[in-house]
Design a binder for this molecule. Structure first.
Ligand SMILES: [Zn+2]
Length: 451
């Protein structure tokens, strides 16, 4: 990001790079104390090094999960599907080693194929992966696998290995002499920087994956599901990775997949769980509960095509694919947001704004459209409206310092230096370094607020 971003935003002259950056600007800034300590593995009883206490797991989860879910266009507005996914998963979590963690589950509007969990059990499954499965046992396998990551404390262990710290983006300020030395932890180093939710979702090791498969299999069978569900799920993923590798990139980045995982699940189903061979897969129940989603399959496929085209900068092709999706499902929230981003990338700001406002109406409480509306209003020089939308966004999804930065840009454009300075300061308090921080500092300096 060059220092002129602020200028370009309010002159409506953003470059394609600016847009790509703006569209990915949902990363939150947090303070993560990195603490090494030992804990007992809840599953094996062995002593393991963990980097996070349970309270910290919960705090990180609460801070990051809502942002990631919004990035994935929020939970589907299909109560039946959400409560079905939740019901299947909650039954397994209750039989897990950490039954009292604050689990929550939702199907997400994102089209790519993935499922993920935050360290305290905020779990999301995309409509992309729900469309790949065809029975309840597979869904139970997927949820069992994610619940297993929470139980084996894989994120906390990665934090113990310094993973969280190493994932902090460049431009990190390490304040070694921070205020909080009272907690009894030593050494205690607070790292203030931008950690996207994706840092918490970054890749598990193959060892973690094997453990999550095996433990997930234990939970799902305790919950009364056929072990063939896990075999079927790993088979689908292996097959998909050969046929449509791009679609599953994110899934495999976080959950490494291999034919070996499929083979070992087959072996467990035929060995340890052989007595459950005749348990039904519950295909009908899955089909009934996903009926509304499955009617959207062509819409999801159009959007997947459009997203691939966007990623390879074929904007006309992307536009056509999103338009086709919207003809079939005019108020599909993900479709409207995607079309808005595509129009922005084409510098068709008024059209972008109109799609964003349709998205706002289609899903009033969802944060991403508020953020996008703030940005489209900035491009159209509707500064008071932009401020309103960024405030809405901050209420809906607190913790994204970019909102403060853009409010600063809007106030600056309105010649309100006092309020602009306040917002730039608020941004700097959260993100002291980086290209936007430089913009903020240079404004504060040239206005005499900073020496
Ligand atoms: Zn996994």
């Amino acid at each position: 990001m060059s220092r002129a971003l602020g200028d370009r935003v309010y002159r409506g002259e953003m470059t394609r790079r600016d847009f790509l950056w703006l569209l990915s600007a949902a990363s939150a800034s947090v303070v993560v104390p990195t603490i090494s300590g030992c804990a007992t593995h809840p599953v094996t009883g062995e002593t393991v090094v963990v980097g996070l206490s349970e309270q910290q797991e919960i705090a990180l989860d609460r801070q990051h999960a809502p942002h990631q879910f919004s990035k994935d266009y929020g939970a589907v507005q299909d109560d039946r599907l959400n409560s079905y996914v939740s019901g299947v998963a909650a039954n397994l979590a209750a039989r897990s080693h950490r039954p009292t963690m604050p689990y929550s589950y939702r199907a997400l509007n994102a089209n790519y194929v993935n499922a993920y969990t935050f360290p305290a059990g905020s779990i999301g499954v995309t409509r992309g992966i729900l469309l790949q499965m065809d029975n309840e046992a597979q869904l139970a396998a997927l949820m069992g696998h994610e619940i297993a990551h929470v139980n084996a404390r894989h994120t906390a262990q990665r934090a113990g290995q310094g993973m969280i710290a190493s994932l902090v983006v460049s431009g990190v300020a390490i304040a070694a002499s921070t205020s909080d030395r009272t907690a009894g932890y030593a050494p205690l180093v607070n790292i203030a920087g931008q950690i996207g939710a994706s840092a918490l979702l970054a890749s598990y090791s193959r060892e973690n994956e094997r453990e999550a498969d095996s433990l997930g299999m234990a939970y799902m069978t305790r919950g009364g599901h056929s072990p063939q569900g896990m075999v079927g799920l790993t088979q689908i993923l292996v097959q998909q990775s050969k046929e449509k590798p791009g679609l599953l990139d994110t899934m495999f980045a976080s959950h490494p997949m291999s034919a070996e995982r499929y083979a070992s699940m087959q072996a467990e189903a035929a060995g340890k769980y052989a007595s459950m061979a005749s348990v039904p897969l519950n295909r009908e129940r899955y089909m009934d509960n996903t009926a509304a989603l499955r009617r959207l399959r062509p819409v999801v496929e159009d959007q997947q095509r459009g997203e691939r085209a966007m990623a390879s900068k074929k904007l006309d092709e992307a536009d056509a694919a999103f338009a086709s999706a919207l003809r079939a499902a005019p108020s599909d929230y993900a479709g409207l947001c995607l079309m808005a981003k595509c129009k922005m990338a084409q510098k068709r700001y008024s059209e972008a704004h109109s799609y964003v406002m349709q998205a706002r109406r289609a899903y009033p409480g969802e944060g991403q459209a508020m953020q996008l509306a703030g940005i489209t209003n900035l491009t159209l020089k509707q500064h008071p409206a932009a401020l309103q939308e960024f405030s809405n966004y901050e209420r809906a999804l607190p913790g994204d310092p970019n909102a403060a930065f853009f409010k600063g840009v809007a106030y600056e454009a309105m010649q309100d230096r006092g309020r602009a300075a306040q917002e730039y300061r608020r941004y700097l308090a959260a993100v002291p370094q980086g290209s936007q921080a430089k913009v903020a500092v240079s404004r504060l300096q040239s206005w005499g607020y900073l020496k």
